[in-house]
Ligand binder design. Sequence first.
Ligand code: GLU
Length: 392
Amino acid sequence: MAEGEHVSAALRRIAPSRTNAMTDRAFALRAGGRDVISLSVGEPDFATPDHVKAAVVAALAANDTRYTAVAGTQALREAATLHFARDLGLVVPSSQVIVSAGGKQAIFHALLATLDPGDEVLIPAPWWVSYPQIVRFAGAEVVALPTTPATGYRVAPDQLAAAITPRTRWLLLNSPGNPTGATYPAADLAALADVLRRHPQVLVLSDDIYAPLRYTPGAHATMAVVAPDLAPRVLTVSGVSKSHAMTGFRIGVAAGPAWLIDAMGKLQSHNSGNACSIAQAAAVAAFTGPQDFLTDWRDRFRARRDRVVAAINALPGLSTPVPDGAFYCMIDATPLIDRFGDDEALAMHLLDHGVAVVAASAFGGHNGFRISFAADDAILDCAIARIAKALS
Ligand code: GLU
C-alpha cells in the first residue's frame, strides 16, 4: 500500500462478498458487450408486484421523502408484526421489531452490537457468504459446524452440544438455507433447543428470509415459536427481498428481545439511520397486500428446481441434492476439480463460457459451485448448455 493508505485491522480480517463480487463482474462483462448469464446472485426474476409499485408512487406523491424513526415507520413495524404472525407464527409487539436496509444490515448490527474479541459464533457450513465475514469484522471467532447432504445439511443436536464452549455467543440458523436449501422441521429445532437450554449464554439468530420458499410439506418452523421459552434470546430476521421480488428496495425486518432491538437501533442510528422511506412504504404494501401470488411463484420455483437438478445430475462430473427450500443448488464437482486446480478457477472458467456462478468455497464448502435457479426456463436451459460445453 502507498504511504497514507491505511485500512483498519477489522477490515483486513474480511474479504469482499463473493456473491456480490461475481455479480458485479457479470454486470461489467455485460456492459462491455459480453453475453453473460448471471446465476450468481440470489434474487427472484419476477417483477415486483403492481400493488407494491403503486405504493411507491403514492409515497412519492405524498412527499414521503423524509427521515423516519431509526427503527422504521410505525406502519411498517406493525406490518412486520402481521408478517411475523401470519407467515412464521411468531407473535411480537411492534416495539420489538426493527426495520433495516436489508436483512444483511439487521444481521450486521445484531452481531456488531453483541460480539467481543474472543467470542465464538457457531455457523452451520456451508453458510451464507456474509455470516463469517461479519463475525470476523466484529473480532469474534467463527466456529464451523460442517454439514453434508446426507443429513439434509442440518446440524445434529450432539454436534451442537460438542461445539458449545463458555465463549459461545451465537448460533446462526438459516432455514430454508442459502446455499444448500437446508430446512429444519420443528422436531429438529426442538432437539437443538434442548441443547441450547443448557447454555443460557448462547443467543440464536434465525434467518428466515426464505420462509415462503419451502418445497417440503408442513408449516414453516422457527426457533422462537418451536421453543417459546428461548424467545428472549432469539433474533428472527426476515424481509421482502426474496419473497416479494424486492431485493433492490433493501428492506429487512428483525424481531427479538427489547434489549437487542434497542442495541441494534443504537448502532443503526449512527450508520444508515432509517431505511429508505419510500422503500418502507413499499414494504408495508408487500406485507399487508395480497399474498396469493406467492403460491404461484413458489410452484414455479419448485418446477425450476426440479428441471435444474435433473439437468445438472445428467452432466458427467456434476451432482447436486434436491434442495428443500430457497432457490439455490449447491453443485458438487469433485471429479472435475483437478482439471482446474480449485473451485474458484472452475467458477472463472464457467464465467469465460458465459455463466456467472459462485464457487463453493465462498460458502465454506469445497469442490463445487452454487447456482441460483431464480431465472426463467429458457435462461436456465441455456446456462446449463453452456456449463455442459465448458466442462466437456
Ligand atoms: N443473499 C443473496 C445471495 O446469496 C444476495 C447477495 C448477497 O447479499 O450475498 O446471493
